[in-house]
Design a protein around this ligand. Structure first.
Ligand SMILES: [Fe+2]
Ligand SMILES: [Fe+2]
Length: 362
């Protein structure tokens, strides 16, 4: 059972998402333009209207810069704090093969955090500033991370559903108007699709197993379905940043459109797996050409975002502790860089409000 060919078990619909990432990458290469700096609102508007990418040295409105910093930093924090729910299972994976896959996946998430912190740094904030903002509760990470992983089946369900939701969201971010973010997303999406597939495969083995394994798979799907749906954020009419973000082409689709796309992709995949999605109202609507479904409990999402989810405290305590424990590594890396490249390598970007751009070319 364990030695299955992952390529033969591709979740239905995943090819389409991979093709969209390839197409976005081709367009990114085609959109590369000679180093001509945009100066002022009119040249920025021309970049957005002409589907060109905004680059770090281009002039940009402060709202665009601040919105991107908020979004990319939240995304980076989610990758890094998001390692915790799965890390719990690395030492308890049921086979060497599953352990190696899970270890690789958790390491990938650390890498995604690094690409994204680097992308945010191009906007004039330092990594230290972003991490302080996370640790002091001024910036957030995705709410699903605050739920516990109770059984091995959670590792499969978490990856199938939340990495699957991440792919649906991030495939569209490969076309974001900010160049460094779009390019980071192409790389992240390729790895996320592997995460999604390994979760699907782990769950498929359990769902085809003994009655106890099948029950464990179903229980995990029951608990992760709504946290995954909530990942797309509140409905468009309740979302604070959506309109501006879409006008600037940072986001290309509303939270509701992406959530619908995710539900439509999951239904045939659940059928292949033989698991039930925990929504009695879920059914095909021929008129709309989409599935009808029950929205997540937005009050619960608000409570979890405000810090009252089952694991918020545990996740942040752990994050702060490992950050403090890792201080000597940062100091050693800084000293090593100073020795080999001449001069201290502390970030020249500012430590304060994101509106400023200290340390970057004007
Ligand atoms: Fe990731
Ligand atoms: Fe992932």
């Amino acid at each position: 059972m364990e030695h299955t060919d992952l390529a033969a078990q591709r979740p239905p619909g995943s090819e389409l998402l991979a093709e969209q990432v390839d197409a976005a990458e081709r367009d990114l290469l085609a959109a590369a333009r000679p180093q001509r700096r945009a100066v002022g609102q009119a040249s920025f508007d021309a970049l957005i209207d002409g589907e060109h990418k905004v680059e770090p040295t281009d002039w940009m409105p402060e709202g665009y810069r601040a919105g991107l910093i908020r979004q990319i930093a939240q995304h980076a924090h989610s990758e890094v704090v998001g390692m915790q729910p799965e890390r719990n299972w690395i030492t308890r994976a049921p086979s060497l093969r599953r352990k190696a896959i899970l270890l690789a996946k958790v390491q990938d998430e650390a890498g995604h955090g690094l690409y994204l912190y680097s992308a945010a740094e191009t906007l004039g904030v330092s990594r230290e500033w972003m991490l302080d903002a996370l640790h002091e509760g001024r910036q957030r990470y995705l709410s699903f991370i605050n739920y516990p992983t109770l059984t091995w089946a959670d590792v499969g369900a978490l990856a199938w559903l939340t990495d699957g939701a991440a792919v649906v969201n991030q495939v569209t971010l490969c076309r974001s108007s900010y160049g460094p973010y779009a390019r980071a997303m192409v790389r992240v999406c390729r790895e996320e699709s592997f995460h999604h597939r390994q979760g699907f495969d782990a769950l498929r083995v359990l769902a085809a197993g003994t009655p106890a394994q099948r029950a464990m798979a179903q229980d995990a799907v029951d608990r992760w379905w709504y946290p995954a749906l909530a990942m797309f954020g509140p409905p468009h009419n309740r979302s604070t940043h959506s309109d501006r973000s879409m006008a600037w082409k940072i986001k290309r689709f509303s939270n509701d459109e992406l959530r619908q796309r995710f539900v439509d992709i999951c239904v045939p995949q659940a059928e292949v797996l033989g698991v039930r999605l925990p929504d009695p109202a879920l059914r095909w609507n021929a008129e709309r050409g989409h599935h009808d479904f029950t929205e997540p409990d937005w009050d619960e999402l608000r409570r979890v975002v405000a810090g009252h989810g089952p694991c918020n405290r545990q996740r942040m305590d752990h994050r702060r502790r490992v950050h403090e424990d890792g201080a000597w590594v940062r100091e050693a890396a800084t000293a090593y860089a100073a020795k080999h490249h001449g001069g201290p390598q502390h970030s020249t970007a500012h430590q304060g409000a994101p509106a400023a751009r200290q340390g970057l070319p004007a």
